[in-house]
Design a protein around this ligand. Structure first.
Ligand SMILES: *[C@@H]1O[C@H](CO)[C@@H](O)[C@H](O)[C@H]1NC(C)=O
Length: 377
């Protein structure tokens, strides 16, 4: 009896020893395969050793716990390339999710519609999808792409789920993960949207508008395609005499350049050529963010040679000037008004049953001081 137990005990020990050896062997083999190559561990790694390895930095800054820029040029190029590759791969996945990448198509016009995660904005997006967005066709000439932009930083789980679901349906959302939706972040939102477009899309012109703007997409695209040069173009309804607010909701604390804002196109809708978008993207790290996002763009673009084309067919002030059939953009439209315009456009080829004028427009006089630029007559 005792002999049987001993031999069973011995074989158990042998089995345990064997499996342990196998485990150790497998572990060693796999860790030698994967661990030493930092390019496969992603930057989400928070372990200090991994981070050191990943950044390969002899000069890790102990204060900020981040990697100081590598000293030698060779390491720098290597790391930079890798980071860039990762970014491109991430963006590629994301863009394929959007359904816009495909053959890295070139768009004549990309419309970025600033929108939000709330249900009212959702209704506006759906209205735009059923109305003026139907005039965009990414694959036919002129190639036009319409995308809605919103920040997703600190969104609630249900909001994020709803937005994700919406994007799976429509593939037309640009979700900015580092942007918290808030009135005081609008300028940052425009800036990030410009940077995103510059890095991810090939296009000639960008139209920025709001989700309560009715846009005559095909007409804008037609006029753009007739231009001989696509360079340095800033097209909209300009203001050069606006004074920064000294108090209230729209208070402008950062402004110090002069008594008035610099000339800028009003935000209900304007067009900027891709080269100017690129210049803004290049400066994006260092530019001052004013409270007013439209003003901010005017300032960012102020040093650059560009054709600033004032056009009163952009009805883009804080309230609509009325209805005119030649309007390219009509701001402050309710979903109902958008549908009415769309139906008229489809049935009669016009957006106003009867033209109305609530307030006058002005022509911008570039030959006088900006404070006298904009006389309504
Ligand atoms: C703006 O966005 C940033 C980053 O998303 C966030 O940390 C900040 O609180 C936001 N600012 C406001 C005023 O909401």
């Amino acid at each position: 009896m005792v002999g049987i137990y001993r031999s069973r005990f011995l074989s158990l020990v042998i089995v345990i020893l064997f499996t342990t050896m196998v485990q150790v062997f497998v572990w060693v083999a796999f860790s030698s395969l994967y661990l030493p190559d930092p390019s496969t561990s992603h930057s989400l790694n928070t372990d200090r050793m991994d981070r050191d390895k990943e950044c390969k930095c002899p000069t890790r800054d102990p204060e900020s716990e981040t990697c100081a820029p590598p000293k030698t040029e060779e390491v720098g190029r290597d790391e930079g390339d890798r980071e860039q590759r990762m970014d491109i791969d991430d963006d590629r996945d994301y863009l394929e999710g959007l359904g816009v990448l495909k053959d890295s198509q070139h768009y004549l016009l990309v419309a970025l519609v600033l929108s939000g995660p709330d249900s009212k904005s959702r209704e506006r997006r759906d209205t735009i999808r059923e109305t003026w967005k139907t005039y965009s066709n990414p694959t036919e000439e002129p190639a036009i792409l319409v995308l809605f932009v919103m920040g997703t930083f600190e969104l609630s789980a249900p909001q994020l789920e709803s937005v994700t679901h919406e994007n799976q349906q429509h593939h037309d959302l640009v979700l900015l993960p580092n942007l918290k939706e808030s009135y005081y972040n609008l300028t940052l939102k425009v800036l990030q949207a410009f940077v995103w477009a510059d890095q991810n899309l090939r296009f000639s012109y960008l139209l920025k508008c709001d989700d309560d703007s009715f846009v005559m997409l095909h007409q804008i695209a037609d006029e753009l395609s007739e231009r001989t040069s696509t360079q340095s173009y800033y097209w909209g309804f300009f203001d050069g005499r606006a004074t920064p607010k000294k108090g209230g909701k729209y208070i402008e604390k950062e402004w110090f350049l002069c008594d008035r804002y610099l000339p800028y196109a009003l935000g209900g809708g304007y067009v900027v050529s891709a080269d100017l978008v690129h210049k803004v993207a290049l400066m994006s790290d260092g530019v001052r963010l004013y409270n007013n996002e439209d003003t901010s763009l005017g300032v960012w673009l102020s040093p650059f040679r560009a054709e600033r084309r004032h056009d009163s067919r952009f009805d883009t002030e804080f309230k609509s000037r009325g209805c005119r059939n030649n309007y390219l953009v009509t701001h402050k439209q309710s979903p109902g008004e958008m549908r009415t315009k769309h139906e008229l456009l489809q049935s009669k080829g016009m957006i106003c049953e009867q033209e109305t004028a609530v307030r006058k427009a002005y022509e911008y006089n570039w030959l006088v001081e900006p404070s006298k630029c904009c006389q309504r007559k």
